[in-house]
Ligand binder design. Structure first.
Ligand code: NAD
Length: 289
């Protein structure tokens, strides 16, 4: 079985990105900048944000953290978003989720400009994606596509099953696979007889958020299995996914490990998205001249 080693692939992609960022800085005499907004004290979110900031710095992307208290009101958060939308020095903005109770994620998703949306979650970004005109693509699904491409896993003409229909993973994942000419079945918690679908698939992407939900008996021999699920601290040790990957050794053609599969690809894509947004911003500035 081929191990779809996202950690290794992301190192290669980050090295390539470092060169692209260097070229950007030489051309425009500024660094691309990602602003991460974090509201409240959620310790897992603090770890994710710290990792994203370290990753930015390693490739030469400037990163700024805006910390708001858990008592922050929606209108105060909106003011921050509006200011970032207008800031010419800011290329990407990421609002770390989940937001504390009382704050509305959808408000951010309608407010943040798609030209600043490094995660690719805003309704505007998703609308562009659905219309086949993406500005940037959501990090996790695009990270999966990059991983499949790296390992030369054919997608066109294949039957892909996506398990999970969230707006940030499952649905855009199904869409990107469709754009790559797979025939896609989207399954979810109300799908009867899930196994009947997964057993027919050439490629299965599992993003159900249910620890060890699927194993060998759920996949046909020779399937490609991508596990997006992440359960545990997010710090490596003890982290597991939605798939019992240890059962797949002599069964699957290829599978992702957890940790070290989709997770590192997501962060690499976030960095790539920030550079894409910075390049678009510079092109717009040139056009205005
Ligand atoms: P979510 O809870 O928003 O969505 C889960 C989806 O799975 C839902 O659409 C639900 O209908 C479906 N589902 C739940 N139980 C099911 C079942 N028994 N059978 C079939 N479908 C079922 O979760 P999400 O935000 O999409 O994340 C999914 C998982 O991926 C989580 O474990 C999350 O931590 C992980 N995740 C990982 C990364 C990464 O970078 N590795 C990024 C985002 C999310």
């Amino acid at each position: 079985m081929i191990i779809l080693d996202g950690k290794l692939v992301s190192v290669t992609r980050r090295e390539q990105l470092k060169l692209r960022v260097k070229k950007f800085i030489e051309s425009y005499r500024r660094s691309p900048q990602l602003v991460v907004v974090i509201v409240g004290e959620n310790s897992a979110s603090q770890i994710y944000v710290r990792n994203k900031i370290i990753a930015c710095e390693a490739v030469g992307i400037k990163s700024t953290k805006i910390e708001l208290p858990a008592t922050c009101q929606q209108h105060e958060l909106n003011v921050v978003i509006d200011r970032l939308n207008l800031d010419q020095e800011v290329d990407g903005v990421l609002v770390q989720l989940p937001l504390p109770k009382g704050l509305n994620e959808n408000e951010i998703n309608t407010r943040l400009s798609p030209y600043k949306d490094a995660d690719g979650f805003t309704f505007n970004s998703l609308g562009h994606l659905w219309a086949g005109q993406p500005i940037i693509k959501p990090c996790t699904p695009q990270g999966v596509m990059n991983l499949l491409e790296h390992f030369k896993i054919p997608v066109a003409g294949k039957h892909a099953v996506v398990v999970g229909r969230s707006t940030i993973v499952g649905k855009p994942m199904a869409h990107l696979l469709t754009m790559a000419d797979a025939t896609v079945t989207l399954c979810h918690s109300k799908t009867p007889h899930l196994r009947e679908h997964t057993l027919r698939a050439d490629i299965v992407v599992v993003a159900a958020g249910q620890k060890h939900l699927l194993g060998k008996d759920d996949f046909k021999k020779g399937a490609v299995v991508v596990d997006v699920g992440m359960h545990g601290s997010g710090q490596g040790k003890g982290v597991t996914g939605d798939v019992r990957v240890h059962e797949l050794q002599d069964w699957a053609y290829a599978a992702t490990p957890v940790p070290g599969g989709v997770g590192p690809m997501t962060i690499a894509t976030l960095l790539e998205n920030t550079l894409i947004l910075a390049e678009i911003s510079q092109q717009k500035k040139q056009q205005k001249k």
